[in-house]
Design a protein around this ligand. Structure first.
Ligand code: ADP
Ligand code: MG
Length: 332
């Protein structure tokens, strides 16, 4: 059950924008905002509305608004409509989506769905290429910040949450959500690092999660045992994820410790399009101990689609949804 700030429910049933929009339900919450479903009372159109506290956050909010509106016209960037000010809060009005990629991954919706992974991942790459071309670097890419139009196989995706986006090609601060941050951004007293390559690293984390429904590590630092195993032996990715050899090679390139060696978005796009499969074959899965885990994913997917009845008890969800984000030092 997601938890929301105590003040989240106080707006339910109320109207904002001089009575134009009525807030109907809570859709989600992140580090800085609560997102509601709202209805335009005149037209009946539904929107998502993010509420943020204004005081002390004006700089970040202005940046989020400006950068998001700058790229909002791309078909796979969430459409940002307008902002409304009500007392101590600002409300941003967006297109309403069906949920986020994190919930879809949790239901194992991508399990053995090569064409779906391809389509969705290419949409994310296209949106990100557009942002980069327009001088906007996201810096907080993760499944929770990618929204979906539907919870089934016909979904389209939209890059959202430009709260940490920047126009600076180089980032001087530690910035993002820890398990999606690149190793160079996590080094103490680091020099500035490439904002583009930080986004590319996070893309690799998203692809890994789409394939395996797990995060390969919590933090890309040698102190993290999963990441330090990866540093010692890249092939541990085969143990963590049910990846095919070609998907492994792509992830390995993206997870290069040298940012300048990571592939460009165009190169990733080409490799993804050419990928025969992202998954180990059934027989390889049996040989390398993936059999049981693959069965679980299969069952989870069937349950999500209503083909198999859900378990009577709450099934355990190992994926962490409680990620947080931070931004320190100078802003750029
Ligand atoms: N347009 C939308 N339609 C449906 N759900 C949304 C929408 N925007 C955000 N959400 C939900 O709210 C969550 C938090 O929104 P986000 O913009 O990421 O806020 P924060 O800046 O606080 O992280 C998202 O992870 C998603 O689950
Ligand atoms: Mg967010």
């Amino acid at each position: 059950m997601p938890s929301y700030p105590a003040s989240a429910s106080q707006f339910l049933g109320q109207t904002i924008d001089s009575g134009a929009l009525r807030i109907e339900a809570i859709l989600g919450a992140g580090a800085f905002g609560v997102v509601y479903r709202a209805i335009d009372i005149q037209t009946g159109a539904l929107y998502a509305v993010k509420r943020v506290e204004k005081e002390g956050n004006e700089y970040y909010q202005a940046r989020e608004r400006q950068l998001h509106s700058h790229v909002s016209s791309h078909p796979h960037v969430l459409t940002f409509h307008r902002e409304i000010h009500e007392g101590r809060y600002a409300f941003y009005v967006y297109d309403l989506c069906a949920g986020d990629l994190h919930s879809v991954i949790k239901e194992a919706m991508f399990f053995r769905e090569d064409e779906l992974i391809k389509r969705v991942f290419i949409q994310i790459i296209d949106a990100l290429e557009y942002c980069h071309k327009h001088g906007v670097y996201h810096r907080d890419l993760k499944p929770e910040n990618i929204l979906v139009s539907a919870l089934g196989g016909d979904m389209d995706v939209f890059v959202a949450d430009f709260g940490l986006a920047t126009t600076s090609k180089m980032t001087a601060s530690a910035c993002g959500t820890p398990c999606f941050m690149s190793p160079e951004s996590l080094v103490a007293h680091h020099h500035s690092y490439s904002s583009v390559q930080g986004d590319v690293w996070a893309l690799g984390c998203i692809l890994a999660e789409m394939i395996g429904n797990v995060r390969p590590w919590s933090l890309a630092t040698p102190e993290d045992s999963d990441y330090s195993h990866y540093l010692m032996d890249r092939t541990v990715l085969f143990e963590k994820l049910p990846v095919s050899h070609t998907a492994y090679l792509l992830l390995r390139k993206i997870f290069s410790t040298k940012p300048e060696l990571r592939p460009s978005l165009a190169a990733i796009r080409t490799e993804v399009l050419a990928m025969d499969t992202f998954f180990v074959t059934e027989s390889e899965a049996g040989n390398c101990g993936w059999g049981d885990r693959m069965e679980k994913q299969k069952l989870r997917k069937l349950r999500a689609r209503g083909v198999v009845a859900p378990p009577s008890r709450h099934s355990s969800d190992t994926s962490s949804s409680g990620s947080y984000r931070f931004e320190t030092c100078s802003l750029g």
